[in-house]
Design a protein around this ligand. Structure first.
Ligand code: ADP
Ligand code: ASP
Ligand code: MG
Length: 412
């Protein structure tokens, strides 16, 4: 007998028919004697709908009330699934995050899980019940409802699996695993049987929304076996491998391509090039809780000034620009310019560690398609470039083909 935590995403529970189909799947596992904990998202589109309602009332919705509002989406699906299971003769019970007691900090809309009380779930499992838990939500120390950030049901799934010491956490979604890149952008993208934990972490942090980054972090920290699979088709999906051997064996240079359209670029031009200037520009940005991603400082021009460019989340652009205008005045810089029509494309692979020339191959593939690179950032296992958003899909396809990601890769 095994304990499975299965998480079903929004599309998988997007209608009554689909919830009934999920109930059939869960019932089949239960019928085999497995202990089952099911984590659900809201019906697809529901979280967006709720957020839009809030924006109709307030330009900047109150974060506490926003969490009370958006957490309702998941409450609907857990109740419906429990009913569907009962209809099939299986005992089931639904719980909100607060009822389980998924304790989080109080950072509304992006709260972090601190502790999970397993007692109630354990009691239900021992009584043969299927436990159905609302994803994406928790409760803070004062009893306020919190949510875990978009895509947060993945994190609920992995966190419950860690707390209950589950055999495996299975993330059921509308694709049959993790692909070399988003299969909706590149037709020839290929499903990976396994991906190393490190690569998955990079892919998620660089924009592949198939798993929320915090879910991957949790899986790594608590060594939770994690698998992504399709709700609609049979198959083994993709295993996120924590196996050291996978890192040591011969790996393809690049395993996947991630991208995102969530960033915007700011440049402060003609800054006097003195020691400490980067700090004087970025410290006020940090003080406003704005995260900075890619940074480039040009070499000093003949007149002793320099240009300093960085990217932030698009939602933070307006605030960042206000701060930067102020800094520019203080520093006597020439001007501030910004651009929100940019995209970040990244190649990811642990194989890069042992291969030279990966960057030049990337840059020449983009150059051949006349795609201008605006900024570059690298780490041991990834290279990211900022480009004009218009060329995003072209760039992803060019890189997918340059690194031969459509070709079958050796599996073990
Ligand atoms: P769910 O609602 O089930 O959580 P999401 O929409 O959050 O589903 O995540 C699944 C989607 O992630 C897929 O439909 C796919 O378009 C997208 N995606 C992005 N990058 C990848 C990738 N490398 N492999 C698979 N899917 C990806
Ligand atoms: N319903 C939430 C969202 O749309 C959480 C999730 O689906 O993971 O972001
Ligand atoms: Mg998701």
């Amino acid at each position: 007998m095994s304990l499975f935590v299965q998480k079903y995403g929004g599309t998988s529970v997007g209608s009554i028919e689909r919830i009934e189909a999920v109930a059939d799947k869960v019932a089949a596992f239960r019928a085999k004697g497995h202990e089952m904990v099911v984590v659900l998202s809201a019906m697809s589109g529901e979280t967006n709908r709720l957020i839009e309602l809030a924006y109709q009332i307030q330009e900047r919705p109150d974060p506490r009330e926003l969490d009370v509002l958006v957490s309702t989406g998941e409450q609907v699906t857990i109740a419906l699934l429990s009913m569907a299971l009962k209809k099939r003769g299986y005992d089931a019970c639904s719980y909100t995050g607060g009822q389980v007691k998924i304790l989080t900090d109080n950072a509304h809309t992006k709260a972090r899980i601190q502790q999970i009380d397993v007692e109630r779930m354990r009691r239900d499992l021992d009584a043969g019940r299927v436990v159905v838990v609302a994803g994406f939500q928790g409760v803070d120390g004062d009893g306020n409802i919190t949510t875990l950030g978009r895509g947060g049901s993945d994190t609920t799934g992995v966190a419950l699996a860690a707390a209950l010491d589950a055999t495996e956490c299975q993330i059921y979604t509308d694709v049959d695993g993790v692909y070399t890149t988003d299969p909706r952008v590149v037709d020839s993208a290929r499903r990976l049987d396994r991906i190393t934990f490190e690569e998955m972490l990079e892919m998620a942090s660089l924009g592949s929304k198939v798993l929320q980054i915090r879910a991957v972090e949790f899986a790594g920290k608590y060594k939770v076996p994690l698998r992504v699979l399709s709700t609609f088709e049979e198959g083994n999906g993709t295993l996120i491998s924590l196996d050291e051997e996978d890192n040591e064996m011969e790996q393809p240079v690049v395993s996947g391509i991630a991208f995102n359209r969530d960033e915007a670029k700011l440049t402060i031009r003609g800054v006097p090039d003195n020691p400490g200037v980067a700090c004087r520009i970025l410290a006020p940005i940090g003080a406003e809780n704005i995260e900075v991603d890619v940074i480039v400082q040009n070499i000093s021009a003949v007149d002793g000034t320099t240009d300093f460019t960085f990217t932030v989340h698009r939602n933070d652009l307006r605030k960042a620009r206000e701060v930067l205008e102020r800094v520019a005045a203080e520093l006597g810089a020439r001007e501030v310019v910004s651009d929100d029509k940019i995209a970040k494309v990244s190649i990811v692979g642990v194989g890069m560690r042992s291969h030279a020339n990966v960057a030049s191959r990337m840059f020449s593939a983009l150059g051949e398609d006349n795609i201008n690179i605006q900024m570059i950032t690298t780490s041991e296992i990834k290279i990211s470039v900022i480009i004009d958003e218009r060329y995003l899909e072209l760039a992803v396809r060019a890189l997918h083909s340059e690194f031969e990601l459509s070709e079958p890769r050796q599996t073990r």
